[in-house]
Design a protein around this ligand. Structure first.
Ligand code: FHN
Length: 454
């Protein structure tokens, strides 16, 4: 067993929520990808069109798909708790046994056009798919390895039709790429000898070759989502990440890169370290949260129980809280090995999409709008001189006083269009119906007086 996988297996013993599963663990706990201590000092806020587009998107979908979906959280008749994409490490599966899974990966129901329509129906503006996860298996026909989809019975590139279909729906395509690789013989978790150093240098070339394929043969890729930077071989040598980052940017100048390409020493274009949680307060940099629908499995887990699935309402609230702190929200799905998106996920995506269809104006293209003493369950965003109060808990009384702002006009966003509400009390109080118009969360739009500083 390789060093990386041994360390990963050891991680099972650690109290990391990625690895452990317990009913007492809160829904949004810390996990391996979490970072909070990165230095924000050297961070430069990009204002080019690609970055502004990403910033305005606010909502995306992440897809974890690979051969790990075949066992789907089960090994030798036993359920393996925790993240299903980690099953090789968690169940201590030998390389030959794991490789045998490739012969069972045959997603004949894969319909990228239907996937793309589903993403559209969910209201997603960008999608990030795992091209290669920690197991090293590649979803595309890579010239640099046989450990890819061409070695499965399916024998067709999965990414090309994915990228084409997603783009055809007007959604941006992003690629997840794991730095950790349990299969590549040159990958090292730690560098202890000159031999390790030489091997890792070869691995770096391998990554670059693959990234060149991904960035040049699949149309415009708006974001590269690196992951797995915590092994000492990477995290103690920031120059490796810097080299990789410069290489990717040279191939695709507008690329939006999260900080996981770097070795915890600085933020790239945005902080991608909020994994399965949101920040407590608004970060100083651009940021994105990635979120599982279950407690902690990203890949398909056949019989997910744990502490259940997040409700559509909760997912909408997490998305809203992100926008209200000027951040993006990436919700994850883990498709089945046959290529279907599971019903627990389609139903949630559809509910989020239905909510966004009426209320998306309060999310897309907005940023934080701090209002003092906003009651619990209410969030505020802003776009120019229009602000939005998004109420996940309808106010207790039918008058809402908003401190420190002056409103010209107010209305409710409803399925049947805008419904005017009264503004009183020196332009700070709005009159509300006694019942919330939307079952998930209702949006009150505010036309701000020009004196309200942007
Ligand atoms: O170990 C992975 C995990 O499987 C998953 O891909 C998440 C997604 O952010 N990232 C890693 C943990 O940080």
């Amino acid at each position: 067993m390789r060093l990386g996988i041994i360390l990963a297996a050891l991680a099972v013993q650690l109290p990391s929520p990625v690895c452990a599963q317990s009913n007492s663990v809160p829904n949004l706990a810390k996990s391996l990808g979490d970072t909070t201590a990165a230095d924000t000092k050297g961070w430069v806020r990009r204002t080019d069109p690609a970055m502004e587009k990403w910033r305005a998107d606010r909502f995306g979908i992440m897809v974890h798909w690979g051969v790990y979906s075949v066992p789907g959280g089960w090994w030798q008749g036993k359920e393996v708790h925790g993240a299903a994409e980690w099953i090789k490490a968690f169940a201590k599966i030998s390389q030959p046994d794991y490789d045998a899974l490739l012969t069972q990966f045959n997603p004949t129901n894969y319909d990228p056009v239907a996937w793309a329509k589903q993403f559209k129906a969910a209201g997603a503006k960008y999608v990030v798919i795992t091209t290669k996860h920690h197991d090293g298996f590649c979803l595309w026909d890579s010239k640099f390895t046989d450990y890819d989809v061409m070695s499965t019975p399916y024998k067709k590139d999965l990414l090309k039709p994915f990228a084409d279909a997603v783009r055809a729906e007007g959604i941006d395509v992003g690629f997840y790429y794991s730095i950790i690789d349990w299969h590549n013989p040159d990958y090292r978790a730690a560098i202890k000898t000159e031999g390790d150093k030489a091997a890792y240098a070869r691995y770096l070339e391998y990554m670059k070759s693959q990234l060149r394929e991904l960035l040049t043969e699949y149309g415009p890729i708006t974001t590269l989502w690196f992951d797995g930077r915590w092994d000492p071989s990477y995290k103690t040598r920031p120059e490796i990440g810097k080299d990789l980052e410069a290489y990717c940017r040279s191939l695709s100048p507008g690329l939006v890169l999260g900080d996981r390409v770097r070795a915890y020493d600085s933020i790239a274009d945005y902080n991608s370290g909020f994994e399965r949680r949101l920040p407590e307060t608004q970060p100083a940099t651009d940021w994105e949260s990635c979120m599982t629908m279950t407690e902690n499995s990203w890949g398909y887990h056949r019989t997910w129980t744990g502490n259940g699935w997040k409700t559509p309402q909760y997912l909408c609230e997490l998305l809203t809280r992100s926008a209200a702190m000027s951040g993006n929200f990436l919700v994850n799905i883990g498709p089945e090995p046959n290529g279907r998106i599971r019903p627990e996920e389609t139903s949630r995506l559809n509910r989020i999409g239905a909510w966004l269809k009426v209320n998306g104006e309060a999310i897309y293209g907005t940023k934080a709008f701090p209002i003092a003493e906003l009651p619990a369950g209410l969030y505020a965003t802003r776009k120019g001189n229009r602000a939005y109060i998004i109420a996940f808990r309808w106010p207790d009384t039918d008058r809402l006083k908003l401190k420190g702002i002056s409103i010209r006009d107010a209305a409710l966003l409803t399925q049947d269009g805008m419904k005017s509400v009264s503004v009183e009390g020196g332009n700070t109080i709005i009159g509300l119906p006694s019942e919330a118009p939307n079952a998930i969360a209702s949006v009150i739009t505010l036309q701000l007086n020009d004196s309200t500083v942007e």
